[in-house]
Ligand binder design. Structure first.
Ligand code: IVH
Length: 678
């Protein structure tokens, strides 16, 4: 190849690699496989190595490079990076809106933009002639630090923008963060290799950007959302913030898909509530919502006071993290004998509720945290997730903080506690028929909503049924009489009658629910539904070999073995017989009747918030109709169900032309298949 041909090829490769990086990291929609991408990237690296004089600083191979810095240079922002005023109630937000209107002399129109407030690290990026030339932290708002080398390693940050009509120089601002799933995966890898884990996603993002060696930054799963324009030097005079975001998006910047234009307080509050409801499922931490005046002239007219703009406000959500103290650690016994250490905490208000317990998962986790009784800890409660202990504040450890040890014997039945194979969990060595704690948990699972759904069979009643010997296993439930139930402590006659009725009603069930209710290890409700669809009735499932079972969706060798072992146990077979004799029954799934599994071979995706039913329930119903339910949209997706707040999955479905229905249409669809959502 001539020099010119090499240069052309390099230019083409760089453009292609950048294009695929953008598809993957910004649009979440890759067009080629990882292997195909690697081949392109490798070709680029090889060609550049052979022609080092043709390497350009904006080449995607140059994201990591250069010697570690000895310290960060100071950068004075050309335009100060302000902070935000905050509010926590609709009333305060309303007051802010009124102040805006008054200052603008009651404008005919006041459009607002609502955005999630990302809990990460603020940055300002300067592009000159389309090339990223400077990345700076916020610092004190006037002066930050030059972290360009580190920011260049973040794959979703464009190093160069190939677009017509770019202003000569401009600055964009945004928030760098670590997605929650990546944070956990990163920490698991740290635990495996003995490295120090990150404390939380925000702290991890900040620490990663403060590395003097950008190779370390490159190893951290950082990404970002761009949320505003700092300044422009050149030809571009947008009229509104919404226009800025739309333009930045077309230039390849990663803009949050949940940004919404609204025009009154009610719509703002609806947004605040919707995003709060989705908070646990967003995949990244937010600490509230930012509401901004859209029109840039109106923004300018409103101006700023004491480093805070008047044209924007943060609506803050309750903190999900708090500091408290470990009073004690107790050990709970689960349905399968798994022993879970649970921390008893000094009560603390976090994530909107008072929390007194946090799960510690297993002894490895206690070791990883180096936790002792009396320690001051950071806890986190996000959404409906069980509160977790995130980290120990070692500087606050009292001198007599006691180590936590796994008891030798099961606290419920006294049998030895054992570790099986290389499982992280320790287990009670007794069988459920001996250990009352396992029995109670098994019954609780059996009665739960997605299993037999026995209303009124709560923890207290199960506890008494097991303690008094009235019920040993699920098979006994359908033998007990009204008199026996009414004899239980604190159970009013009316409640006893209701429970008898609920037991009676639960007898009419589906095969999927029944399989799930049995509590076979590793068989969750989706696997149970797959097994039911595949085998149609219980006898063929009970007689299936591991080989037969592996033909079922989602069933691998481990799950297959657990199922075979379960049905090989005489005790389990006796319980099943007692249940069937007691009257539990289900319609047999007729495999020859095409209408029995109308969604067979279809893949559905659920996104956004469903208001009439939990997402898990919707999933179980779909699987019951024969569908596969996937987590992401692709060309193979048959149907998307999108509730309010649906984001990138909905956009992608629209791009790919996948049919989309809303919740009302979904409910109508279910009704057509004789399924009611309640
Ligand atoms: S607008 C003057 N939009 O919140 C306007 N900020 O408390 C200030 N933040 O340091 C920024 N998400 O780092 C804006 N969608 C968003 C944001 C956001 C997070 C951070 C930002 C700033 C802090 C202000």
């Amino acid at each position: 190849m001539t020099e010119q041909q090499v240069a052309n090829r390099l230019e083409k490769l760089r453009r292609e690699v950048n294009h695929h990086l953008h598809r993957y990291h910004v649009l979440d929609s890759p067009e080629i496989s990882d292997a195909q991408y690697d081949a392109l990237f490798d070709e680029l690296v090889e060609l550049e190595q052979a022609h080092p004089e043709l390497v350009t600083p904006d080449s995607p191979t140059q994201r990591v490079g250069g010697a570690p810095a000895s310290q960060f240079e100071k950068v004075t922002h050309e335009l100060a990076m302000l902070s935000l005023d905050k509010c926590t109630t609709g009333e305060e937000l309303g007051d802010w809106l009124t102040r805006c209107r008054n200052r603008l002399n009651d404008p005919d129109e006041l459009t607002l933009i609502c955005e999630p407030k990302i809990d990460g690290v603020a940055v300002a990026l300067v592009y000159e002639e389309g090339v990223l030339t400077l990345a700076a932290t916020r610092g004190d708002g006037q002066t930050g630090e030059n972290i360009t080398q580190n920011v260049r390693t973040i794959p979703s940050v464009p190093l160069r923008i190939d677009a017509q009509g770019l202003p000569r120089r401009f600055e964009v601002r945004g928030e760098i963060y670590i997605p929650i799933a990546d944070f956990h995966a990163f920490n698991e890898a740290c635990a495996a290799s003995g490295e120090k884990p990150l404390i939380n996603p925000r702290n991890g993002a900040a620490g990663s950007l403060r590395q003097l060696d950008s190779k370390i930054t490159a190893s951290r799963p950082l990404t970002w959302f761009c949320y505003s324009l700092g300044w422009v030097d050149g030809e571009w005079a947008p009229a509104a913030h919404s226009e800025v975001l739309a333009q930045l998006k077309t230039w390849g910047f990663r803009v949050n898909p949940l940004v919404r234009q609204v025009d009154d307080l009610d719509a703002c509050m609806a947004y605040v509530d919707e995003v709060l409801e989705q908070r646990a499922e967003l995949g990244y931490d937010i600490d509230g919502v930012v509401i901004k005046v859209d029109d840039l002239d109106q923004q300018a007219a409103l101006g700023a006071v004491t480093r805070k703009p008047r044209w924007a406000i943060a609506y803050k959500y309750p903190a999900e993290e708090a500091v408290t103290t470990i009073e004690n650690v107790e050990f709970q016994v689960g349905r399968t004998g798994a022993i879970t250490p649970v921390a008893r905490l000094v009560p603390v208000f976090v994530g909107g509720v008072t929390v007194t317990n946090a799960t510690l998962h297993n002894m490895d986790e206690i070791g990883r945290l180096d936790l002792r009784i009396g320690d001051t800890v950071m806890i986190r409660r996000a959404g409906d997730v069980i509160p977790q202990v995130m980290s120990v504040i070692e500087s606050k450890r009292p001198a007599k903080a006691a180590a936590i040890e796994l008891p030798a014997d099961c606290p419920a039945c006294g049998s030895p506690i054992v570790n099986v194979g290389d499982e992280a969990v320790a287990r009670c060595s007794a069988s459920p028929s001996y250990c009352p704690a396992q029995r109670k948990e098994g019954l609780r699972h059996f009665a739960s909503r997605l299993a037999m759904d026995i209303d009124g069979l709560g923890d207290k009643i199960i506890e008494q049924m097991v303690e008094t010997g009235l019920v040993e296993h699920a098979g006994d439930l359908y033998r007990i009489t009204h008199e026996q139930i009414a004899g239980l402590d604190r159970l009013a006659d009316k409640s006893a009658a209701n429970l008898v009725e609920a037991l009676e009603a639960s007898k009419e069930t589906t095969l999927a629910r029944f399989i799930y209710a049995l509590g076979i290890r590793e068989v969750g409700e989706a696997t149970a539904a797959n097994l039911a669809n595949h085998f149609g009735d219980l006898p063929p499932l009970m007689g299936a070999s591991a080989e037969d079972l592996e033909k079922v969706d989602d069933v691998g060798p481990v799950v297959a073995t657990k199922i075979v072992d379960f049905f090989a146990d005489d005790g389990n077979v006796e319980v099943i017989e007692a249940l069937i004799t007691g009257g539990v029954h289900w319609p047999v799934v007729d495999r020859s009747d095409a209408s029995a599994l109308p969604l067979e071979n279809q893949t559905w995706v659920l996104t956004g918030t469903l208001e009439q039913m939990a997402r898990n329930d919707a999933k179980a119903l779909l699987v019951g109709l024969g569908a596969k339910v996937a987590g992401s949209v692709s060309g193979k997706t048959s149907q998307v169900v999108a509730g309010p707040g649906a984001g990138s999955k909905l956009t992608k479905a629209e791009e790919l032309g996948v049919p989309v229905m809303d919740e009302a249409e979904f409910l109508a669809f279910l009704a057509d298949h004789d399924i009611s959502a309640s």
